[in-house]
Design a protein around this ligand. Structure first.
Ligand code: SAH
Length: 496
């Protein structure tokens, strides 16, 4: 007989939040029955309203904080609960870092099969930000209409495409607001309709804004559902009143898709790229290229990757998922030769230009999927690597890529990851094939959110060590069900 849940929909109950789930939700228990409560902070004593009750657990809504946690802080943004951008603004920054460190540790233990005591020895101190707001150099604002039919912009509410009207994001740059006002006024003046997803009609879909933090240069790219905008020159004229406006372009996207950018860019004003500097290297960035959103933390990540690569000047290095060649150029200063691989052609064009612009000659770049380019080059040309760096999107590396890495037998693998669940899965694969996790450290590139970057060093074991480890692995008993968990977290969403 099915046991019944001890609570039912709309029940009010009091509970103390004892833990936090990987999406930042508070977790509390009533006589062993688990409640998941969004917006509740660890340590809070709350009143919660049951929204959906299952046999062993329920989802509940935070009704009232009865006794606030000592880790609870005043959030800066009034929309922090509705907006899908931030999940943990009400948690003190120190506790946010602890939460992220634990999240990565748990994944490395549960999914990666790493021994907890060993992990304690090799895990580095978390690297957080001194000022964990206004750090994002990029934002993509969706356009829509409010109930009165007026064009609005802001951010999507969590898990939906409902727009929370807000042009003053606490994570973004101050110029966003002025640029968005100009776009909204232009739409009003010339009756330009925002795109409506449901009916696949209307014109402006998104506004992408990017700023080079070290140069101040601004880029605006409007994603539109037609080939052109009415009175383009009027919009350009207004946008040029914003100081440091460097690049204004259009991206045509007529597809019924969640993918924001279209494949082609048409320049309306200025230069096709903006520039930024990281670690003394100047990077040119196109609208379609990936570029890390938090330049302060990125410099720290690249320095750690360089440290883990242990280069002496003699090494051949492969940088897979190289984007505009950021890590490649960082490493090239200390390596004999670097090869970068990246799927987006425009990013590779930027990468080549960046190498030339910085007079770095010991790098070559290839366009293509890492899981195709690497095996092909290995089989046809027998390519070699002393060190391989990977920095894949959230879904991690394809097995074809990992298996070629194993065949290539580099001395070290440096894994930069924005999703610790897939990182842990890939580390398990590599640990079963002769590599050992030597170091792991987290970098908080996304304060106020549950996201985190991790950098790991894996080294090749000698044959004897490899055999001993494999014997241990056979006896490992993983708690829980990592497969199901992985499936849930590995939706292929780019974290940008
Ligand atoms: N290392 C770069 C980029 C990391 S983001 C930096 O730090 O800036 C991940 C990159 O992988 C993106 O540029 C994305 O376009 C690229 N990418 C996604 N899937 C890929 C694949 N299968 N093969 C190669 N590159 C891929």
């Amino acid at each position: 007989m099915m046991e019944k849940a001890i609570v039912k929909k709309n029940d009010l109950c009091q509970v103390t939040i004892e833990d936090m789930g990987s999406d930042g939700e508070g977790i509390g228990k009533i006589n062993g029955y688990t409640l998941f409560v969004k917006d509740a902070v660890i340590g809070d004593h709350i009143e919660a309203k049951i929204m959906k009750a299952k046999k062993n657990y329920a989802y509940a809504k935070l009704e009232k904080v009865l006794i606030p946690s000592s880790f609870r802080v005043q959030p800066r943004c009034v929309f922090h609960k509705q907006c899908g951008g931030c999940q943990i603004q009400a948690l003190s920054y120190e506790k946010q870092l602890e939460f992220k460190q634990n999240k990565v540790k748990n994944n490395l233990i549960r999914i990666g099969g790493i021994d907890p005591n060993y992990l304690d020895l090799i895990m580095e101190e978390p690297v957080g930000m001194e000022e964990p707001f206004l750090y994002r150099n990029k934002a993509q604002f969706p356009l829509g209409k409010n109930k009165e039919g007026k064009p609005i912009t802001g951010f999507y509410a969590g898990r939906t495409h409902t727009i929370i009207e807000n042009t003053e994001c606490a994570l973004g740059v101050k110029e966003n607001q002025k640029i968005l006002e100009i776009v909204l006024n232009y739409m009003k003046d010339y009756q330009v309709e925002p795109y409506e997803e449901a009916e696949h009609k209307g014109l402006i879909r998104h506004v992408l804004i990017r700023k080079g933090f070290s140069t101040g240069q601004l880029m605006v790219c409007l994603v539109i559902n037609e080939n052109q905008l009415p009175k383009e020159e009027k919009l350009v004229q207004e946008l040029c009143t914003v100081e440091n406006m460097t690049s204004i372009s259009l991206s045509v996207n007529k597809e019924k898709t969640n993918v924001i950018m279209g494949k082609k860019i048409r320049l309306l004003y200025g230069r096709p790229q903006i520039e930024d500097q990281i670690g003394g290297i100047t990077f040119k960035i196109s609208p379609l290229s990936f570029y890390q959103v938090n330049p302060i933390q990125t410099e720290r990540i690249y320095s750690r990757a360089l440290e883990y690569a242990m280069l002496t000047g003699e090494e051949t290095v492969w940088d897979l998922y190289c984007g505009i060649g950021t890590i490649s150029l960082f490493l090239a200063k200390k390596a004999k030769q670097v090869y970068g691989v990246e799927i987006i052609p425009q990013a590779i064009e930027d990468a080549k230009e960046n190498a030339a612009g910085n007079r770095i000659t010991n790098v070559s770049f290839y366009v293509g999927k890492a899981e195709e380019v690497l095996p092909e080059k290995y089989e046809k040309e027998g390519i070699y690597a002393d060190v391989i760096v990977v920095d894949p999107p959230r879904k991690g590396c394809e097995e074809a890529c990992l298996s070629t890495i194993v065949q290539m037998q580099p001395k070290r693998i440096v894994y930069v990851s924005c999703d610790s669940a897939t990182l842990a899965r890939d580390i398990k694969y590599l640990s079963e094939r002769g590599y050992e996790l030597k170091k792991a450290g987290i970098f908080d590139n996304f304060p106020q959110t549950t996201h985190v970057e991790t950098v790991c060093l894996l080294s090749k074991l000698n044959v004897k060590q490899h055999m001993e480890i494999n014997l241990d692995m056979d006896e490992l008993d993983l708690n829980g069900d990592p497969e199901t968990y992985l499936k849930a977290v590995t939706e292929d969403k780019p974290l940008d």
